[in-house]
Design a protein around this ligand. Structure first.
Ligand SMILES: Cc1cc2nc3c(=O)[nH]c(=O)nc-3n(C[C@H](O)[C@H](O)[C@H](O)COP(=O)(O)O)c2cc1C
Length: 339
């Protein structure tokens, strides 16, 4: 029996790097008969190690595939130039192009993750290698892959994925396309699910993107998904590590009519989040992930606490208007199609 068959409800908590996915969030999901993730994509190896030992019960771990394409140095320099004026305005000196590790610490994190024996290890931004698939199989850990189009779904299934997370453009956070330069598929989650099924993919599908209400869950399950993965719906929950600034933004969203946009202007690769002045003014930045995130960090740190959201990094999906406070248990109950 696969992990998805053993859940008490067909709703899992999607991985959310950068703070929201705490061990407490994953543990609370396990306790409620769902599944939650340690989102190990961007954190340092030491932090990853310390969060691993806090996990309890049946949990999953998400990792980011190493990035094979190096952004063009001229694009990165241009970006630094673009930030010069706001850096001066906030007395932050000159923007500095950082040293960036494009490996995401994959090798070490993969080794530590396998040793922790979670129920699932999922891969974002690409595929496990054949050796890694074999290691997971041998260890009795399910290998999940996040896909954003039918071609990647077929490739992931053929390579040995036990389940596919089909992520639509409505999703908060980064789009799990496999290169930083490609334009991601713009078909809705519903259309993508149907296209993946029509492409003959037989692996169980987990649908992610804009699933924010019980009615959304019911609709998406009717299109062939075995379960849904909700991220944004849990951003305000008690166990999430969402920052105080982002909690303020999300709580203000319905009254302020804040909208989300999918853009490279949050981090340098396509991600969906609350549209800010910076994003509006720099609609078509080149693929400079992850440099933008590092370069702009001082500006975000200086402006957020002032209540200035011009440079905010509040990644969230199209369900932004339907995010509630409460415990994991409470939010899962509200999303459970069986009530
Ligand atoms: C703040 C935030 C961080 C995210 N970080 C990750 C991540 O580390 N790994 C990943 O595969 N997906 C990540 N995502 C995408 C989610 O796993 C999921 O696909 C998405 O939240 C589903 O859409 P929804 O937010 O509309 O529910 C993130 C999403 C958000 C909102």
């Amino acid at each position: 029996m696969g992990i998805l068959d053993s859940l008490s409800l067909p709703v899992i908590i999607a991985p959310m790097a950068g703070g929201p996915s705490t061990p407490a969030l994953a543990n609370a999901a396990a306790e409620a008969g769902s599944l939650g993730f340690l989102a190990g994509g961007t954190m340092g190896v030491d932090q990853f190690r310390s969060e691993l030992v806090q996990l309890r019960g049946r949990v999953a771990i998400n990792l980011f595939r190493p990035q094979e394409q190096e952004p063009k140095p001229s694009d990165v320099d241009e970006l630094a130039g673009l930030l010069t004026q706001p850096f001066r305005e906030f007395k932050l000196g000159e923007p500095r192009v950082p040293m960036v590790d494009l490996s995401n610490g994959w090798e070490e994190k993969f080794r530590l993750a396998v040793a922790a024996r979670p129920a699932v290890i999922s891969c974002t931004f690409g595929l496990f290698t054949a050796d890694e698939f074999a290691t997971l199989k041998h260890a009795g850990i399910e290998a999940w892959v996040t896909v954003t189009n039918p071609e990647d779904a077929r490739r992931a299934e053929q390579a040995g994925a036990d389940a596919l997370v089909v992520q639509g453009p409505e999703a908060g956070g980064h789009r799990s396309s496999w290169t930083i330069a490609e334009e991601p598929d713009v078909r809705s989650l519903d259309d993508l699910l149907q296209a993946v099924v029509a492409a003959g993919v037989r692996a169980p599908l987990v649908a992610a993107g804009g699933v924010a209400t019980r009615a959304d869950v019911v609709r998406v399950l009717s299109l062939g998904a075995t379960a849904v993965a909700c991220g944004s719906a849990f951003l305000l929950c008690d166990e999430a590590g969402t920052s105080p600034t982002n909690r303020d933004i999300l709580r203000s969203a319905p009254d302020m009519g804040l909208t989300t946009v999918s853009s490279r202007s949050f981090s340098g690769r396509y991600a969906r989040g609350v549209e800010t002045r910076f994003v509006r003014e720099h609609e078509s930045l080149p693929p400079v992930y992850p440099y933008l995130n590092h370069l702009i960090a001082p500006l975000r740190a200086a402006t957020g606490p002032l209540g200035n959201w011009d440079y905010a990094y509040c990644l969230v999906g199209t369900g932004i208007g339907n995010i509630n406070d409460g415990t994991v248990k409470h939010i899962l109950k509200a999303l459970n199609p069986s009530g």
